[in-house]
Design a protein around this ligand. Structure first.
Ligand code: PBG
Length: 326
């Protein structure tokens, strides 16, 4: 008891604080997301995400090279599709010349030593902006959507994608995708499942980034994404995806669901990634720009919290900012 025990002894100087620190954030923990669009020499800033832009493939290249040089091991790619190429079925998702397939091929040819993950979901490609195809009742049809997702995942693998990341929350898709990949000899293609993805307001800026707000306004995805009142349900989702053959798990959003990240890492043997989503990034950026706090300090604190909760890696739009500071 006090005074023999004084907790402040181990906090008295930077060197002792570093020595006893339980968690350390490293560049190799971070995954950097990029938005890729058509065109040449395009750098199109995303208004709601200061510091983030949509890049054409030629402009994306040096960004990815820089990420690799900073020690980042993987990037996540998201396509921005022209409205004229969207339809009710999201057919462009299955076109082998779409922007995402061309980006993967170009990146793999020039920068083979950084991993690429790509979303499996139809929302960038559908005219109604939902993650799947709609049934006659107007809701996303699970099994019809799965047929598309399986083909989309196979196409991404054929394009050279290291990891496919189903972010659609359809039931059964992990097992179906795994079976198809095996059947076609893609034994090494990883499946990083968005296992627990909540219906969240925090995706707002992302939907501006991929222009689904422009095309569809506010969208309610509550019949497929999870209810934020639940956490036992997240465990059930995780255990199913594990059994179906997922290699890694994503919990998303991050900061509002730290309890879920912690719980999942206690119950699953798979590596868990936290996704610090667009709205979390935007909140920190905007607050810092108003003088509420220092951006770098607040960001490193937020990302370290994911490691403390048990996450093995973190997807964050600040990955390059933070890696260059570390
Ligand atoms: C689409 C998808 C979304 C995000 C990643 N993939 C948005 C959504 O589900 O509406 C959100 C990422 C972010 O907000 O940073 N399947």
């Amino acid at each position: 008891m006090y005074p023999h025990t004084r907790m402040r002894r181990l906090r008295q100087a930077p060197w002792i604080r570093s020595l006893v620190a339980e968690n350390h954030l490293k560049a190799s923990d971070l995954i950097m997301p990029f938005f890729v669009c058509e065109g040449h020499k395009v750098v199109d800033p995303i208004v709601s995400m200061p510091g983030v832009a949509r890049f054409s493939i030629d402009q994306l290249m040096p960004q990815v090279e820089r990420s690799r040089d900073l020690g980042i091991k993987m990037i996540a790619l998201f396509p921005v599709i022209d409205r004229s190429h969207k339809d009710a079925h999201g057919s462009m998702a299955l076109d082998k010349n779409n922007i995402i397939c061309r980006a993967i091929q170009a990146l793999k040819a020039r920068i083979p030593d950084i991993g690429i993950m790509a979303d499996v979901a139809l929302d960038p490609y559908t005219s109604h902006c939902h993650d799947g195809v709609l049934g006659c009742d107007g809701d996303v049809d699970n099994d019809e959507t799965n047929c598309m997702l399986v083909q989309q995942a196979l196409l991404l693998a054929e394009s050279g994608c290291d990891a496919v990341a189903p972010s659609d929350m359809m039931d059964g898709r992990i097992g179906l995708i795994r079976r198809e990949l095996e059947r076609h000899g893609f034994f090494h293609t990883m499946i990083i499942s968005y296992a627990a993805k909540y219906a969240s307001s925090f995706y707002g800026p992302f939907r501006e980034a991929v222009k689904s707000v422009r095309d569809c306004g506010y969208l309610d995805k509550k019949t497929y994404q999870m209810d934020y009142r639940n956490s036992a349900e997240a465990l059930k989702e995780v255990l199913l995806d594990e059994q179906e053959g997922a290699d890694m798990l994503i919990i998303k959003p991050g900061m509002p669901f730290l309890d879920v990240i912690h719980c999942v890492t206690q119950h699953s043997t798979l590596p868990v990634l936290a996704y610090q989503v667009s709205g979390e990034y935007a909140m920190l950026k905007h607050a810092a720009s108003q003088g509420c706090f220092n951006y770098d300090d607040a960001m490193v604190e937020a990302l370290t919290a994911f490691k403390r909760a048990g996450a093995r890696g973190i997807i964050s739009y600040a990955a390059m900012d933070v890696a260059s500071r570390l």
